[in-house]
Design a protein around this ligand. Sequence first.
Ligand code: ZN
Length: 283
Amino acid sequence: MKRFFLSLLVLSLAACAQRKDTQPVEPYRIAGNLYYVGTSDITAYLVSTPQGHIVINVGYEDTAAQVRDSIQKLGFKITDVRILLNGQAHFDHVAGMAALQKMTGGAKIFASTADAGVMESGGKTDFRWGSEYTYPVVKVDRKLSDGDKVELGGTTLVAHVTGGHSIGCTTWTMQVDDGGKKLDVVIVGGTTVNPGVQLLNNPKYPGVSDDMAKTFRVLRSLHCDIFLGAHGGYYNMAAKYDRFKRGEQPNPFIDPAGYQDHINRMEKAYLDLVAKEKAASGR
Ligand SMILES: [Zn+2]
């Protein structure tokens, strides 16, 4: 019996090690008081302030320890993390939130009202993944509306509700001071339509298509110097990080053209899916 549990443990460790999107990545300072503390594709960001830190996104349950280790590697104290935010209430980004909150010793969780509902159900009410991928329930301490500000130690983050990918998907913006230069940062919440999502007449989320359309309008309205997102793949993180490590100037994460290109490509993919659904239903 003992051996059985041991082999189960080995199997689950192996599954974790094989997961491609959470391979370890060295933490680094992106610009100003903004740091990367995530993994190979599942991103996490630390905003450091004199009054404590904010962490945006976590990852899977077992990613929380990686995020904690990265924060500590940068020389910060995990117990100085005061606020946890997220870009989308999906298992691959918030399943580790309960674990990370515990490690911080009581950081507050803020989320958009719609995503808060999903997180407080442990993912069960998610319109796409609710029956497949659930996660530990968290209590959301502050429910945010579109345009709400999160302020700590002189840094302000603004929540832009960009629903569709998840019902309360949130794009975060902030400004960093990079060597005296003010740069606008956009951390995209989510722009993809997950496989199997019905965009038109979806009984579980009737507004999904309208929310997607609105998301692209909102993203276009934001000024972006530094382009980041919930997945590294949104902004070509791996390639940019290689250039960043070589000391390339200007900072390769400054990519307003890549940001526009991402919006255009993702909007086209969304519109193609809508057209496909219309054609299939003969409308
Ligand atoms: Zn997602």
